[in-house]
Write a protein that binds this ligand. Structure first.
Ligand code: FE
Length: 236
């Protein structure tokens, strides 16, 4: 049985991941998007999966999560980075904390601040789910939610690039149709950071001058509550 499903939201170019323990059929979802709730529920039902945990890499500014709704519908527990202050989540994750599901499946939380102050990467089974900290040939912006370009440089170069070359990278977004990368490829080819000094990286990030995400005023307050779960849970 497949142990990883990848979903894509066209509107926000967001990837969502479903991790599966084949022995027990227990599952974990990372960064679910609200419009795709039914798609996740259908897959869980069709594959007879039991959702145990719903993880967020950070409080997203460009889409609304379906974490709250998934927890209401399945009995899964939400786990979010403690520094994101998503107080509605039952589990507040500290750096290095391990989450267990299935038969000895371990997910490790790695604090990778910079895109947002609280952002976490999750490591499971040779794969890094990097959120917006490290994208394929890019990285998340650092100009809101206490973003910090210097902190992001340190998170990527000291923490993520400390993993072996063959470690797979699964980001929260891709705008070019890529589905995954590796640490070795990003270390050598990522245009934002490969071969650049910390100062150079900070200059590049400070000069981006991007417009705010369209959804920011709606998405962040909703995501601090794990999304608009009551609407979904009521089935309307
Ligand atoms: Fe983000």
């Amino acid at each position: 049985m497949k142990d990883l499903y990848q979903f894509f939201d066209d509107e926000s170019s967001t990837y969502t991941y479903l991790l599966i323990d084949a022995d027990t059929k227990e599952a974990v979802i990372i960064d679910p998007v609200d419009q795709h709730l039914n798609q996740y529920m259908t897959l869980l039902a069709n594959e007879h999966l039991k959702l145990k945990l719903v993880l967020e890499t950070h409080a997203h500014a460009d889409h609304i999560t379906s974490a709250g709704a998934l927890c209401s519908l399945t009995g899964a527990r939400a786990a979010t980075p403690a520094h994101c202050k998503i107080t509605a989540a039952e589990i507040q994750l500290a750096d290095g904390q391990a989450l267990i599901f299935g038969k000895q499946q371990v997910i490790q939380a790695i604090h990778t601040p910079g895109h947002t102050a609280g952002a976490m990467t999750y490591f499971w089974n040779g794969k890094l789910f990097t959120g917006d900290s490290l994208l394929i040939n890019g990285c998340g912006r650092t100009d809101f939610q206490n973003g910090d370009a210097g902190a992001l440089y340190d998170s990527i170069t000291r923490r993520l690039f400390s993993y072996p070359d063959e470690t797979l990278v699964y980001p929260c977004h891709d705008y070019d149709g890529n589905t995954f990368s590796t640490i070795g490829h990003e270390r050598r080819h990522n245009q934002r950071i490969a071969g650049r000094s910390r100062e150079e990286f900070i200059r590049i990030m400070d000069a981006l001058d991007l417009p705010p995400p369209k959804m920011i005023d709606k998405a962040i307050p909703a995501n601090m509550k794990l999304g608009l779960n009551l609407r979904h849970a009521a089935g309307s």
